[in-house]
Write a protein that binds this ligand. Structure first.
Ligand SMILES: [Zn+2]
Length: 727
């Protein structure tokens, strides 16, 4: 099966309504092979814990306590060797190709490497060190070449093709037919039909890209880790709430500035600073530091890398017979063509920019009334937006935050999962974790007590962990060999003082529910073949289940039970909830515009063909053509746009969040047209047609089964407040 580093990343928006996330899907990763194969590498790997089967309770669990960075390279090499040996066995089978001896054999292939890559993925996102980065730098091109060796294996492809074209395949189950199609399609998309010379060029391009992606990532991580804003005077902290001061003081200690206050160069530190700091000069400084990540000249600058990535991608698309990289990437999605994706983005762009003008006018008003004597600049946006929020909706995010304790909200999510999915969560203490912050729960069916899977939770920011939030599948569910799933949620919440409850913002709470939606998608999986399991769906569909789950945070059932004041224990007052609801689409112009600017630049970069691109100049010109409001910057500027340059996965695919949100908004309507968010009948359909099917059915068809019709865009426009009242 294909290895997906199931990283579903998420980036907070200013407003809670929509959340961005990312996943790595599509594109053939290394194919795996045989369980039964002996490891064919040097004897010393026998003791390598990364290669061992996962044993113990819960159908086995990852032995995180035994991982050493020095074990990665030999484990990856042994895993690849084993995998290739199995591929040879399948490819050279003397019998005629059948679904069982080819497709099922591939599904069972590469189990060892799959396990190694699970650890490798976790260390790259959450436990990075200079020592590990050196391993990555060496192994990334090797893994890429390995993957090509499989998709370019002529004999193997002929067998897959034979099964795909065989009349016998028509008699297989729908899931088996879809799996066969997927293998065939993925191999063709990866160049299986090319001639030998083209295949060699492709391999070379892929290796160069793998190397560039690693460099891009490491540069970005360096700018996020090394650059900091140090404040050494009390007056520098003007406007910051106590929790931020505490966090900045703690960062001062860990970043070797004891006694000073430090703002790290990550979104979870910068956004609150920009929201609350009264010091306009420091806001500007922090803002510039953040938006210039990867764009500072010097050794960590990403511009030249991006130019090269775009050139290589254009060359690869041409080799594969596609007009541009965008055409190649979008073909294998719900949107099908870049034009369809662009049409949706452009439909939403205009109302979003119009809304920004209104928002800026409101902010300028507040600034004028204060006698600030300024014109709103990008580093003022969050600050004055917060003041407008207070003035217009009488809503103070700090007031809300006092009711949002991380531990309670987590229990709230479990409760929702119980209502909608019939899941029960029990903490477990008998499995190892890779860092003391991580906690683990067993998930069971509430009625039958049947084991469903494990959920790992890694909530806090730390050095070596990338910013944002994401979901990960450590092991995919499958009925073929009766494997249960293991998933994780990862975030970058700021730890408070020792022993005190961690209070999070409404946006963070939304993020929490969002990622949990991905986890539930993985946990609900009920399919036979691992390649089609859980979140292994189209990129522009995968954010639908997660965005949908965000809606349950604001249900009275959750807020009454779980949004309890951290001092009094009293539930959040109804009138405060009302104020939150009234402010629901507040600042949506900003949130949608900063997101869409990134999504549009991504698509246009990848539609530009083989034109040699200067990223900064291209970004500037494109935004000018679009009429980007000068008070807003792209959510991810090109030199730091990890979604699209740290791998292929979200390239020409950042639009996916919007695409998925059309489904999300429309799907929540099904609950509201029924008995509300906890309507059992609708929830049953949601599980049956959306959450449990993975990629066993075409998503458009799955959606129709759930909703009884195709999705409509109206609900999205309404959700974002882009429909004039009275319409
Ligand atoms: Zn997501």
């Amino acid at each position: 099966m294909y290895k997906n580093f199931y990283t579903v990343r998420i980036f907070l928006l200013a407003n809670a309504v929509t959340i961005m996330a990312i996943t790595c899907a599509a594109g053939p990763g290394p194919v795996k092979t045989g369980k039964k194969y002996k490891v064919v590498a040097a004897p010393f790997v026998d003791d390598n814990p990364l290669l061992k089967k996962w044993v113990g309770s819960y159908n086995g669990f990852p032995p995180f306590d035994k991982v050493k960075v020095a074990d990665f390279k030999p484990a990856l090499e042994a895993g690849m060797a084993e995998n290739l040996a199995d591929i040879e066995k399948i490819a050279n089978d003397k019998r005629p190709a059948t679904f069982d001896n080819t497709i099922v054999a591939l599904e069972r292939a590469g189990e060892t490497l799959d396990r190694v890559q699970t650890f490798y993925g976790i260390w790259s996102t959450s436990m990075s060190t200079p020592e590990f980065q050196a391993v990555q730098k060496e192994m990334a091109p090797k893994l890429s070449a390995f993957s090509d060796k499989i998709t370019q294996n002529e004999k193997l492809f002929r067998r897959i093709e034979a099964v795909y074209k065989s009349p016998a395949t028509k008699k297989l189950t729908a899931e088996q037919q879809r799996l066969t199609w997927k293998y065939y399609n993925d191999f063709v998309r990866a160049g299986a039909k090319l001639n030998a010379a083209s295949k060699a060029s492709l391999t070379q391009i892929n290796q160069q890209l793998a190397d560039l992606y690693t460099s891009f990532n490491q540069n970005l991580l360096a700018d996020e880790t090394d650059l900091i804003l140090v404040m050494d005077k009390e007056e520098d902290l003007a406007g910051l709430p106590q929790s931020l001061r505490d966090a900045a003081a703690a960062a001062g200690n860990s970043k070797k500035h004891p006694g000073a206050w430090v703002i790290s160069n990550t979104r979870s530190s910068i956004d609150p600073f920009l929201t609350y700091s009264d010091r306009r000069d420091l806001r500007e400084k922090a803002w510039r530091m953040f938006v210039n990540r990867g764009d500072n000249g010097g050794e960590h600058d990403n511009n030249a890398i991006i130019t090269e990535i775009l050139q290589l991608r254009a060359a690869r698309a041409a080799l594969l017979g596609f007009k541009t990289h965008a055409h190649w990437r979008v073909e294998n999605t719900m949107a099908k063509t870049p034009e369809n994706a662009l049409a949706l983005m452009e439909a939403v762009w205009k109302p979003a920019v119009e809304r920004v003008k209104e928002e800026v006018a409101d902010m300028q008003d507040v600034a004028n009334k204060e006698g600030a004597n300024i014109t709103i600049e990008p580093w003022d946006y969050r600050y004055y937006a917060e003041k407008v929020r207070k003035a217009k909706y009488d809503l103070d995010q700090n007031e809300v935050k006092e009711y949002l304790q991380l531990d309670n909200l987590r229990e709230g999510m479990f409760w929702v999962a119980g209502e909608l999915f019939n899941f029960a969560f029990t903490p477990v203490n008998d499995v190892p974790v890779y860092h003391p912050d991580i906690k683990v729960w067993e998930v069971k069916d509430k009625t039958t007590g049947k084991h469903i899977g494990l959920w790992y939770f890694d909530p806090y920011a730390r050095a070596g962990k990338r910013s944002g939030a994401w979901m990960n599948a450590y092991r995919s569910q499958q009925k073929l060999d009766k494997v249960t799933t293991i998933v994780s949620n990862n975030a970058n919440f700021i730890k408070g003082k020792e022993g005190e409850p961690v209070l999070i913002s409404w946006d963070d709470a939304s993020t929490l529910f969002h990622e949990f939606g991905h986890a539930l998608h993985g946990l609900s999986s009920n399919v036979t073949y691992p390649t089609l399991a859980g979140t292994n769906v189209f990129r522009d569909y995968v954010e639908f289940p997660s965005q949908l789950l965000e809606h349950w945070l604001s249900t009275p059932e959750v807020l009454q039970r779980f949004a309890l004041h951290y001092k009094t224990g009293k539930p959040i007052p109804k009138e405060l909830v009302e104020r939150i609801k009234r402010a629901d689409t507040f600042n949506e112009g900003f949130a949608t515009t900063e997101y869409l600017a990134s999504a549009l630049v991504d698509m246009k970069l990848h539609l530009a063909g083989d034109k040699r691109i200067d990223p900064d100049a291209f970004e500037k010109e494109t935004l000018e053509q679009l009429g980007m409001p000068k008070e807003i910057v792209m959510r991810h500027r090109t030199p730091q746009f990890g979604h699209i340059f740290s791998s292929d996965s979200y390239s020409a695919g950042y639009y996916s969040y919007l695409w998925s949100d059309v489904l999300t908004a429309d799907a929540f309507g099904a609950f509201m047209e029924g008995k509300g968010p906890y309507d059992k009948e609708v929830a049953k359909k949601l599980r049956q047609y959306i959450f449990s099917v993975g990629n066993t059915v075409d998503p458009a068809e799955g959606y129709r089964n759930f909703r009884g019709r195709d999705p409509k865009v109206d609900a999205l426009m309404k959700k974002r407040g882009f429909v004039k009242k009275g319409f």
